[in-house]
Design a protein around this ligand. Structure first.
Ligand SMILES: Cc1cc2nc3c(=O)[nH]c(=O)nc-3n(C[C@H](O)[C@H](O)[C@H](O)COP(=O)(O)OP(=O)(O)OC[C@H]3O[C@@H](n4cnc5c(N)ncnc54)[C@H](O)[C@@H]3O)c2cc1C
Length: 492
């Protein structure tokens, strides 16, 4: 039987493994150096002092289109669409808290209260959100080289739409880990437009890890192998005469033969260390070295013995004092720069907050709440934070959380803080949330190809191919790569 090896069990690795196992005769062996499956999307158990079980995720996730998007498409194509149950972010829907003001979508009754019939039926200009939602997917590729700020400028001119600008600037930072000057308008329009049309944002019952675990079960059910921990640690990808031969993995550097190796491991480490630069053309090595990561992140999770919120998802931006505006008008301030781009730890920070037990109560003991948060620690150039700085980042996340719900402090039962350096050490990509940045120069045609210059070596992750938000980027990478492999009869 022909053999395919996959390095890494993130969404890209486990997703492509599931598709190949289910739809072809190839035998898949997946190697994961961590003890848990799923990379940045993994979940793990945590026990409090009373021995009660909590489920924590490595990241802090809201899934943009759940079963209606690429993660669900992989499950459906493998006949496992019903194996993952989703909780949608509804009742209440997603909320945004900008500088202490909670933006809630008003219902029609409130919007029309006190207005005459003529006023309520008056034709209004299309909103920015409607403009995004209506744009056909094919058209979005024309905007790849435009930045989000340029898109605001094109739509609003130099003034106007302040709330919308603030909200979408925050959303761009949360979705892609990029600032509005570098976020690709094309990627933004594709992703937000797709979300708005699908209206299926949410979270999986059981924790995000159920998604890659279900993909890996599909591999196992189809006679594939999964190697975890020390056994699954790939030390080298063996290449001879520009052709892949297999890998060396495990404590004894055992050789495993394969004619195809798919790397879900980060693209820079794969090219520069696992294979070695000498196997690639010089200009390709330079290209790989010059690629920029998306925003680095850290994640604070708290388990509390009190219910403090009914939110299912909240994007929070802290209040800015007038002195911090340094005489600038609100249109001149780059909020992402203020919080994330000055290579210093701020006192307060923007957070994506997902109280995951409001999606699935089984993720916390009865009467308790499990709240996950994520913040960017750098947008743009990567930063090597010191141990002291990472402690400060934890404090900054707590400060921001306490601003919203001060009672958390007295009701804290368990917590975990995953610092940028921990993410980097365990999962690579220098601690980036997603992978190669979805910036103006690195999306669409300029995205790293999933096909490498070496015969039989492919990339499948948030670093190559695909489009979309977070987990959906590597899921699309898996779907696209599978179609390419099938079309080429599994040979390049
Ligand atoms: C804090 C945080 C918050 C996030 N929030 C969201 C969100 O709200 N919504 C969303 O959709 N996405 C979110 N994301 C992003 C999302 O989790 C990632 O984009 C996605 O999981 C990345 O998948 P991947 O397949 O590219 O690779 P990864 O998850 O990085 O997996 C790569 C795997 O390869 C393994 N590996 C590397 N080298 C080797 C080796 N030598 N041998 C064996 N194995 C190896 C690694 O251990 C890892 O498991 C968030 C991420 C983080 C960290």
């Amino acid at each position: 039987m022909n053999k395919i090896i996959i390095v890494g069990s993130g969404i890209g690795g486990s997703g492509i493994g599931a598709l190949i196992s289910k739809e072809t005769q190839y035998q898949v062996s997946l190697f994961e150096k961590n003890k848990i499956i799923g990379g940045r999307c993994a979940s793990y158990e945590k026990f409090d002092d009373q021995g009660r079980k909590w489920i924590f995720d490595i990241g802090c996730h809201i899934i943009s289109t759940c079963d209606k998007g690429p993660l669900g498409e992989i499950l459906n194509r493998c006949g496992k669409g019903d194996n993952v149950k989703w909780s949608y972010t509804r009742n209440p829907g997603p909320r945004v808290n900008i500088m202490g003001m909670e933006l809630i979508k008003m219902d029609k009754k409130k919007r029309t209260q006190g207005k005459t019939a003529k006023e309520t039926t008056k034709k209004k200009k299309e909103t920015f959100t409607e403009y995004i939602t209506k744009m056909p997917l094919e058209e979005t590729w024309n905007y790849d080289k435009m930045s989000l700020n340029e898109l605001f400028q094109q739509y609003y001119g130099s003034r106007g739409g302040i709330m919308s600008r603030l909200m979408y600037t925050m959303q761009g930072a949360v979705m892609f880990g990029t600032s509005p000057d570098t976020t690709s308008a094309g990627e933004f329009l594709r992703s937000v437009g797709f979300n708005n049309r699908k209206m299926s944002m949410g979270y999986p019952f059981g924790g995000t890890g159920v998604i890659p675990e279900t993909y890996c079960n599909i591999i196992r059910e189809n006679k594939g192998n999964i190697y975890l921990g020390k056994e699954g640690d790939v030390k080298k990808i063996i290449v001879e005469d520009k052709k892949v031969k297999g890998i060396e993995a495990g404590l004894d550097n055992e050789f495993y033969e394969a004619e195809i190796v798919i790397a879900n491991s980060d693209i820079k480490t794969t090219v520069l260390n696992l294979v070695g630069e000498n196997h690639f053309p010089k200009d390709y090595v330079k290209y790989i070295k010059d690629l920029k990561w998306g925003g680095q992140v850290c994640s604070l999770k708290v388990g509390i013995d009190k219910i403090v919120t009914d939110h299912k998802m909240l994007t929070y931006m802290p209040k800015i004092e007038l002195s911090e505006m340094k005489g600038k008008s609100i249109y001149q301030i780059d909020f992402t720069e203020m919080f994330f781009m000055n290579q210093q730890v701020p006192e307060k920070t923007g957070l994506l907050i997902v109280p995951i037990s409001n999606h699935d109560p089984a993720l916390a003991p009865e009467g308790c709440q499990n709240i996950h948060t994520v913040t960017a620690t750098a947008l743009g150039d990567t930063v090597k934070w010191s141990v002291e700085d990472e402690k400060k980042w934890e404090k900054t996340c707590f400060n921001s959380l306490f601003t919203l719900w001060p009672e958390i402090e007295d009701h804290l039962v368990v917590k975990d803080f995953i610092a940028t350096s921990q993410l980097a050490a365990r999962f690579g990509k220098e601690g980036a949330g997603t992978g190669i940045a979805q910036s103006v120069d690195q999306v669409g045609k300029n995205r790293p190809s999933m096909i490498s210059p070496i015969k039989g070596l492919y990339f499948c992750s948030g670093d190559a191919g695909g489009w979309g938000i977070g987990t959906e980027l590597p899921a699309r990478s898996a779907l696209e790569l599978f179609d390419i492999l099938k079309k080429n009869d599994f040979s390049n």
